[in-house]
Design a protein around this ligand. Structure first.
Ligand code: BV8
Ligand code: ZN
Length: 246
């Protein structure tokens, strides 16, 4: 067990409240391409920052709908990995362990995490573009179309995710910020830490006196905030890091 994992386990010993910020990296070993990797193959010529915006959708609804439909097929075929499962299992070991994810793939919930904040929404949810209130958890049940029409007001429907330039759900964001402020330890797993406001949470935790532990095979700017940096893959690191010794 790497020294870093041993040191991190010691910092977790006695912790009562643990917050875990996750990004696309935790789902990489489940076969879901990371945001930066999404642009492989036929989508390589598209900038995700353009596709994941309301402007991008209104400019070409069919293109953006097909991009999300493609990502949904990848998520459908994916299974939670040992990293997702270790976090779900660790919920019972601490007074509170809360997962704050940027991922829209729903794999934390499928792994059994119940104490979960999906900051950027869920790709399986579909809502009305004009926000008439229509929302549904599986696009499959909508009338065919690229994109389909809102059964309530006839406008386009869109994925129930937070696009760039759009505010996150204030309640979810406040919840996540409060968790960062009150945790003893924040684990930061599989994120490049480039997208705000999510990327600001580890700094908030550190300012509030928490121990920050990063898990990532690559260095990121967040390592500057970290008490312990574990250079490894989520599904390989999280089980030994979180297995019951407490
Ligand atoms: C907003 C859903 C108010 C959609 C997403 C402050 C400063 C600068 C810019 C801003 C700022 N405040 C706001 C902005 C603008 C913008 C922003 O942050 N831009 C960035 C690019 C500079 N933020 C917003 O627009 C937010 N809204 O602020 O509203 C507002 C409104 C108007 C104007 C101003 C303010 C909305 C942000 C949410 C956007 N939606 N997703 C969809 O998925 O389609 S963001 C999306 O990208 C993901 O959810 C995630 O957040 C991000 C990708 O990051 P990661 O998950 O970290 O993935 P990435 O591929 O980058 O990295 C993967 C990492 O994993 C790597 O480090 C890799 O090494 C590692 N890894 C790989 N394999 C493994 C691994 N780790 C462990 N194990 C492995 N096996
Ligand atoms: Zn509608």
């Amino acid at each position: 067990m790497s020294d870093a994992i041993a040191i991190a386990r010691r910092r977790l010993t006695g912790a009562r409240r643990v917050a875990v910020l996750t990004g696309a990296g935790i789902s990489a070993e489940s076969g879901v391409p990371t945001f930066r990797d999404t642009q492989t193959g036929l989508w390589a010529q598209f900038d995700p920052m353009q596709l994941a915006t309301e402007e991008g959708f209104r400019a070409d609804p069919s293109l953006v709908w097909r991009w999300y439909a493609w990502r949904r097929t990848l998520v459908d075929q994916a299974q939670p990995n040992a990293g997702h499962r270790a976090l779900a299992a660790a919920e019972a070991r601490f007074e509170r362990l809360r997962v704050i994810t940027q991922n829209v793939d729903g794999l934390h919930a499928r792994a059994g995490s119940t104490n979960l904040i999906e900051l950027h929404g869920n790709i399986m949810r579909t809502i009305c573009l004009e926000r008439c209130g229509f929302s549904q958890d599986s696009p499959a049940r909508l009338a065919p179309g690229e994109p389909p029409r809102c059964p309530r007001c006839g406008a386009w429907v869109r994925p129930g995710v937070v696009w760039f330039g759009e505010m996150l759900d204030p309640a979810a964001l406040d919840d996540a910020a409060a968790e960062a402020q009150s945790c003893d330890v924040m684990l930061v797993v599989g994120t490049s830490g480039l997208v705000y406001p999510a990327a600001g949470l580890p700094a908030g935790a550190r300012r509030a006196g928490a121990v920050v532990i990063t898990v990532n095979p690559e260095p990121t700017d967040l390592d500057e905030l970290a008490t312990v940096c574990i250079r490894g893959k989520a599904a390989e690191v999280l089980p030994p890091l979180l297995e019951a010794a407490y």
